[in-house]
Every structure is written in structure tokens, then in C-alpha cells.
Design a binder for this molecule. Structure first.
Ligand code: EPZ
Length: 423
């Protein structure tokens, strides 16, 4: 298993480009199940999760080809309506095939996704939403087995704002008979991107990007092409790297990103003391003289993203004071804390609140990745730590960051990938 070897203390400056958004691609790809034909998804990042989704769709008969960052997907022959355990266990987002399969074919057998490092990941909202649309759903033998003649419109109000459940219900409703209204829909940019893509395919959806969606079912859709939006979490991670170890007499510029999707993160970085210049598709950051402690509470979009919580914790570890990090989306998304403490961070956790007491220095150590964003926080801390840090099991990171070690090295970081010992 690969690891990253980091020699901390190097100052970052220069220009780097953001990749396409993983969580947009993972919704756009299964949407191609909704109409036969050829689609081109441009700016699709080269990630493990995208490869996992490709393999899953290929087991269903789709043909997928990658040319640089363009995926060409041909869904003319769909031979299976099943998402088997061996795929779903690798990636929860595999459940995104459920909505389109039930919506178009009236049939889907999708393995229940496993839990993850930070607690159970229920799918009740997905199931309840599809049942409201008329699907008969049994959960047995570790599988969600859904059957429907033709789905019908319904009024759905999600108890909890859910990115995945909103995506699945949208993809099921676009071919249902009648009108579906969804309230408390997720507003994340990746779900808005899915809504725009479905409209390009001929779907009738009003309210894209808001928490109130009105979908008038149509009899059929047609293929379309799209350009995947930039990854706001990758961009935020790179901005925090710059705030932590940027060259104070220079700046880091992130191009091909989406500043308009990032106000919660950019304003917090300004509160920390960083100087940011936001363009239409770039952000330039000059790091703070010293890092001011700034509290965050994660929330649904457009609040502070839970996927940036671990990275923020790494930044606050070197702040001039104490900060409070409150996680409201997941019950226990603090697996990165013990590993950060190994690097010298001073963090205590009680329930869903982490208290971070800023320290003067971090010391390099061997640390273990436990999940995608935890890995990112360990790399960020390693960039700032004195001496060498080894981040093990970076396959977690490869799920959601495209060649991040090369991007950081191009800015001046001393970081390289090495083959880690098996353990
Ligand atoms: C998406 O996951 C993202 N993944 C996650 O990013 C992100 O953390 C999450 O949204 C929240 O923003 C993708 O888009 C592929 P949810 P998803 O359904 O859809 C509860 C990353 O690092 N819930 O919005 O699975 C759930 O337990 C990943 O890129 C139910 O109770 O998240 C959680 O507490 C990690 N029942 C909350 O809702 C359900 O049926 C939000 O989950 C579904 C969810």
C-alpha cells in the first residue's frame, strides 16, 4: 500500500489547477442509465472512486472510455440491474444507480452500502423517497430489492437534508408519471450539477440549486454532454495548505475552481487572517502572519462543509489560541483526531465537539489514514510539522484527490509517494 513521505516546513507559492468535482461525477455517471446512447462527461477527475463507479456501470453493460479528463459513456446496452456487494462495499455512492434503474426499468437490486469509519450511513431516506414514488422495496439478504411498474409523482419532504437521497429521488422522478415535489432537498452544487445535467437530457425540473424541486415526469430522456464543476473540497484543502505553510511574501493561486461555491470556507479563511482575491474561476491566497483561532460548525450547503472539517482542524492546530469545531452532519467524524495528536496537535473531543488548543509546533511522525478527508488533514499537518511525516494507506486519499502530491510539490512542498510496508 502506498504512503506519502513528507518533509515539513517548506513554503508554498505558485499556481495550481483544481480538478473536477468527485461528488458531481459520482452522480452524473449513473444518470447515463436514464437514456440509451453516448454521453461525454468533460473535466471528470481521475480518481479511485470514479474508477469504481466506472467498473460498476460496466458490469451493467455500459461501455466507458477515458480520454484524458473526458469520459465517454455509452449506455445503449444495459444487461444488468444489479449493483453487487463487491462494488458497493468499496463506495457508498454506488447506491446512486438505484434511482435511475427503478425510474427507467422498474427494477433494481442494490447491495446495502457498508458503514464507514465514522459511524453508520443509513439509506432510509433513499428507500422512503422511492416508496413514495410507488416502488415496492424489500431489504433482504443485504440487498435493496426495488420493483415498480411505472413510478408516479409524489410530494416528498426529507426529514434530513441528504445529498444522496436527493440525487436518487431526482433521478427516479424524472421519468415518473406526473409531478414530484421535493422539499428539504439538498442544495449542494453537485446536486445542482446533476439537476442541470438531467435538464440537458430533457428532464423537466424547476428549482435546481434550491431546496424546493418540482419535477414533471416525461416519457423519455436523451443523452447529453456536460462539463463537470470544479471540486470545492479539493480547492478548500489546497487553500488550507496555503494558509498553513504558504510563503508570506508570495501567494498561491488556484485556477479552474469555483469561488462562488466556497463562500463559507473563504470567509473563514479571511477570519483567520489570510488575504484572498476571488475571481470568476480562480482564488489567490496570501497566508496570514499568524493563524487566528476561528470556530466552525459544519452544516448543509451553503454552510461550512463537513468534508472540510478535518482539514480545518489541522489548520487550527497551529492557531494562536483555542478554537471549537462542531460536527453536525455525522455522529462521529473525528477519526483523524488520534492521528493528528500523534503529530503534536492538542485536541480533545466530547460528543460532536472538538476543542483545538493551538500549539507552537508540530513534530513529524508516522500516521495512518482512516478515511478520505482524514488523510487530507494528516498531509496538511505533515506539511507544517518539523521533520519527516509518513502518511500510510493513501489509497483513502486517492479516492478523492487527483495527484495531490504532485500539486503540492509543484507549489514547493517536499512530498513524494512511496510504496508503503504491508501491514
Ligand atoms: C455526500 O454523502 C458526499 N458523498 C459526502 O462526501 C458528504 O460528506 C455528504 O454528502 C454530506 O455533505 C458524495 O456525494 C458521494 P448525506 P451522502 O446523505 O449523500 C444522514 C466525501 O468526503 N442520512 O447528505 O452519503 C447521514 O447519515 C464524502 O467526498 C440518513 O440519515 O450524505 C448523514 O448524517 C464523505 N438517511 C446526513 O444524512 C439517509 O437515507 C447527510 O448524509 C441518508 C443520509
Amino acid at each position: 500500500m502506498d504512503k506519502f513521505v513528507i518533509h515539513g516546513g517548506k513554503k508554498l507559492k505558485g499556481t495550481v489547477q483544481a480538478s473536477g468535482a468527485k461528488n458531481a461525477s459520482l452522480a452524473l455517471m449513473p444518470a447515463t442509465l436514464l437514456a440509451s446512447g453516448e454521453y461525454k462527461l468533460h473535466n471528470t477527475p481521475e480518481l479511485r472512486d470514479v474508477a469504481t463507479m466506472s467498473r460498476l456501470l460496466e458490469t451493467m453493460g455500459l461501455k466507458i472510455r477515458r480520454d484524458d479528463h473526458t469520459l465517454t459513456i455509452n449506455s445503449s446496452s444495459i444487461t444488468s440491474f444489479e449493483a453487487p456487494y463487491e462494488h458497493v462495499k468499496k463506495m457508498r455512492a454506488s447506491i446512486y444507480v438505484l434511482g435511475p434503474l427503478v425510474g427507467r426499468f422498474g427494477q433494481a437490486d442494490v447491495s446495502l452500502p457498508g458503514g464507514c469509519a465514522w459511524g453508520p450511513r443509513p439509506v432510509n431516506l433513499h428507500i422512503e423517497g422511492l416508496r413514495k414514488l410507488g416502488a415496492e422495496i424489500e431489504v433482504e439478504g443485504g440487498y435493496i430489492r426495488a420493483r415498480a411498474k411505472r413510478l408516479h409523482g409524489a410530494r416528498i419532504v426529507f426529514d434530513v437534508s441528504s445529498v444522496g437521497a436527493t440525487g436518487n429521488v431526482m433521478m427516479a422522478a424524472v421519468l415518473a408519471q406526473g409531478t414530484t415535489v421535493i422539499d428539504n432537498a439538498a442544495m449542494e452544487p453537485e446536486i445542482a450539477a446533476l439537476g442541470h445535467f438531467l435538464r440537458a437530457m430533457g428532464a423537466k425540473i424547476d428549482g435546481v440549486g434550491t431546496n424546493h424541486l418540482e419535477i414533471e415526469g416525461v416519457d423519455a430522456l436523451h443523452p447529453a454532454d456536460c462539463v463537470t464543476i470544479p471540486d470545492r473540497i479539493e480547492t478548500g484543502t489546497l487553500l488550507i495548505a496555503a494558509a498553513l505553510v504558504g510563503d508570506r511574501n508570495a501567494s498561491v493561486r488556484i485556477e479552474r475552481c469555483s469561488p462562488s461555491h466556497m463562500s463559507a470556507v473563504t470567509t473563514k479563511l479571511e477570519d483567520v487572517g489570510a488575504k484572498l482575491t476571488l475571481g470568476k474561476d480562480f482564488i489567490e491566497i496570501v497566508p496570514p502572519e499568524s493563524i487566528r483561532p476561528v470556530n466552525i460548525t459544519t452544516s448543509i450547503y451553503s454552510g461550512f462543509p463537513t468534508d472540510m472539517q478535518a482539514q480545518w482542524m489541522a489548520l487550527m492546530s497551529l492557531a494562536q489560541g483555542t478554537s471549537i469545531i462542531t460536527e453536525t452532519i455525522y455522529s462521529d467524524r473525528f477519526m483523524h483526531v488520534p492521528e493528528l495528536i500523534r503529530l503534536g496537535c492538542n485536541i480533545t473531543v466530547k460528543d460532536n465537539i472538538a476543542t483545538v488548543v493551538g500549539v507552537h509546533r508540530l513534530m513529524g511522525a508516522k500516521v495512518m489514514s482512516t478515511d478520505l478527508r482524514a488523510s487530507a488533514s494528516l498531509i496538511l499537518a505533515g506539511l507544517a510539522a518539523e521533520g519527516m511525516t509518513e502518511v500510510l494507506r493513501v489509497y483513502h486519499l486517492d479516492r478523492g484527490y487527483e495527484q495531490i502530491e504532485r500539486k503540492l510539490a509543484s507549489l514547493g512542498a517536499e512530498i513524494e509517494r512511496a510504496s508503503g510496508e504491508e501491514f
